[in-house]
Every structure is written in C-alpha cells, then in structure tokens.
Write a protein that binds this ligand. Structure first.
Ligand code: 5GP
Ligand code: MN
Length: 340
C-alpha cells in the first residue's frame, strides 16, 4: 500500500538534519500529540535532536501521555519556541497540511521557507510541492497510523518501545472515536501489533483518556445536550451552541468540549452534528457526519475550515447568533444530501 521510498526519504532526512522541529496544529488533539511524540521518540532513536512545538495548550486529559511535559507550547513560551525554530535544520509538520492551521505560529513559520520540511498527514488536499518528503494518505485512521507504519518500516524490533506505542495508540483511539469511525483494516492490524509487541495495558490507556474528566466537564456535557441542542429534523441535523458565559459557568478547562459534537449523531436520523463554541474573539465550529455527507466540503465552502469527510472544523469572526444564522442559511443547499 505504501511507497516505501517515502519512508526511506523521511528517515534519511531525519538522520541527516539533526536539529528537528516537529510541529502540529492549533488546539492539539490526541492524534496531533500522539503522532508528534511518537516521532519525537523515534527521531531520538535515529540519533536526531528533536523538539515538539504546538501552537497552544492541549487538553488536560492528554497531559499523561509519555513525554507530554517536553512539548513546547508556543503561546506560553514564544521566545524559546522561536529560538528553536531559528536553529532548526529540518521541520516535520504532523496532522495538518496548510500552514494556517498552526494559528499564531504561522507568522513565524513563514520565515523558514528555505529550511527543508517533511509532511506526514491524513487530511484531504495537501500541497506536497512545498515539502522535501510528503507522506500523505487519507485512507488511514490518523497521522499516528502513518507514523506507526514509518517506524515499522525501520523495524519495530529496534525502534518501538512502550512509550512510543502508547503515544501511537492514543492518536489512533482518539481520531477514531475509540474505533467507531475512520477505521480501516490496517488500523486494527497495526494496533494489534503495537499491543502484542509491547504488552501494554489497553484498558489503562483508554481509561487515562476517557475516565479522567472533572465533575464540571460531565455537567457541562449534560447542560449542553439538555439546554443548548437544537434538532432540525428537516435537515437530519443537530446543532449545539456554547457561549462564553456557559463555559465559564462550568469552569471551562481546555478540552472540556472535546467529544460533545459526537453525541447528537447517536440519534438515528441525525446525519450531521455541529458544535458552535464562542471563544475569545472568534467562533469555533466542529462538524461531524454519518455516511456519505461531507462536512469537509461544507466547512471548506462556508466556514473557513476543512478536515475529513466525517469530521471537520472551521472558524468565523462574528457573534454566536450570526454563526447560528449562517449555519441555518446554508442548510437548504445541502437538504437533499442530508436526507439521503
Ligand atoms: P475538531 O472538530 O475536532 O476540531 O476537528 C475535526 C477535524 O477537522 C480534525 O481532523 C481537524 O484537524 C480538522 N479541522 C478542525 N478545524 C479546522 C480548520 O479550521 N481548518 C481545517 N482545514 N481543518 C480543521
Ligand atoms: Mn488526525
């Protein structure tokens, strides 16, 4: 399935250019962190001197991931991050394919056009021409699956350890909603290999991710579903909104709304679910769908975003009310596709 020349090229670049800066996307999720940290472990084993930089903080429920403490958070430690970027001999972009997905880091990354770059990603439509090596595959669960294949190519015997495998598994578990979507045969195969080779406790990993919420987080979920969810049966769509005041009421912590958007899809006729969240100065939208309906197309056309067929995101610079109006105004165009 894979072009092994790409694997070889990526590994040769990492071996050649020792100062490696691994970068992932804004609002880093389990796959962003899992793929970045696994590559970090792997690059060290290849004799490289890697660092991981992410644009902003990640959810607390991922802070236990092996070596998560080593991650440089750009908006908390800008001086250090810029210093490391200036020294970089090689960049590796993981889990995104347009530089604008790096938020605040984008302005700085633009200055390093001449530094070689690698892309490893599973989103639709990369521009591979900007990269020395481009491992882009959409028919995989996650970027972590791609990094797992890269390490496997070099040899799990010598290059896999339980910390690396844990990070890879977190990426695959979270990007597939605990293996409920975006899964391919190879996803199960590679996860099986990771587990059997390292003797990891899968249940413990799952519990670390999903059973470490605060009471506030669970109550926020209940509130949003009860008081902030609208079902639009005509469009087989549900949306949930969360204002800044709502979030504050439940002492919002980074990551607390992660996963909320999935719940409305459990209603049998709902084919698309949208979570509209008010953040400081911007509205974030999360889209999920079942079946053939492409939320990537919708997010791309109307919400300055994108992602995958069944999971995408976007942003608007407007009020919460205007964002809801915008969603309602575009739904008629998609009625037929949503009613399939
Ligand atoms: P989430 O809704 O969990 O934030 O994102 C779902 C998927 O869409 C993820 O794969 C994420 O990388 C992608 N995504 C989220 N927001 C954006 C965005 O603003 N632009 C693009 N291109 N992709 C996004
Ligand atoms: Mn991903």
């Amino acid at each position: 399935m894979y072009n092994e020349l790409i694997f070889r090229l990526i590994i040769d670049l990492i071996v050649k250019y020792k100062k490696l800066v691994i970068v992932s996307h804004v609002n880093p999720d389990g796959d962003a962190l899992g793929s970045s940290l696994a590559l970090y472990f792997f690059a060290k084993k290849l004799g490289s001197n890697p660092v991981v930089i992410v644009p902003n903080d990640f959810p607390k429920f991922l802070s236990w991931m092996p070596c998560a403490d080593d991650i440089i958070i750009f908006d908390k430690n800008q001086e250090k991050a810029v210093e490391l970027m200036n020294e970089a001999e090689l960049f590796c972009y993981l889990d995104f394919n347009t530089e604008s997905r790096t938020g605040l880091m984008h302005n700085d990354l633009c200055h390093f056009n001449k530094t070689p770059k690698i892309l490893i990603d599973h989103h639709i439509g990369p521009d591979c021409s900007k990269f020395e090596a481009c491992l882009s595959e959409t028919k995989v669960s996650s970027t972590s699956e791609l990094v797992a294949e890269l390490i496997k190519y070099q040899g799990f015997d010598n290059y896999l350890d339980s910390d690396t495998a844990t990070n890879l598994l977190v990426g695959m578990i979270t990007d597939t909603g605990s293996f409920s979507h975006s899964i391919f045969k190879n996803t199960f195969n590679i996860c099986g290999e990771l587990l059997s080779l390292t003797n990891l406790d899968y249940k413990a990993i799952h519990q670390n991710i999903y059973d470490t919420s605060s009471e506030n987080r669970l109550r926020l979920l209940g509130f949003l579903i009860n008081d902030r969810m609208t079902i639009l049966n005509e469009y087989n769509t549900a949306f949930i909104y969360a204002s800044l005041a709502d979030l504050e009421k439940f002492d919002y912590q980074v990551g607390d709304t992660e996963g909320v958007v999935n719940y409305p899809l459990s209603i049998s006729n709902i084919n698309m679910s949208v979570l509209i969240t008010e953040r400081q100065g911007v509205i974030r939208l999360s889209f999920r769908s079942k079946g053939d309906f492409s939320v990537n197309d919708l997010a791309n056309k109307y919400f300055n975003g994108g992602g995958h067929q069944n999971a995408a995101g976007g942003t608007l610079n407007c009020s919460l009310e205007e964002a809801i109006e915008k969603l309602l105004s575009v739904l008629p165009e998609y009625k037929e596709l949503l009613n399939k």
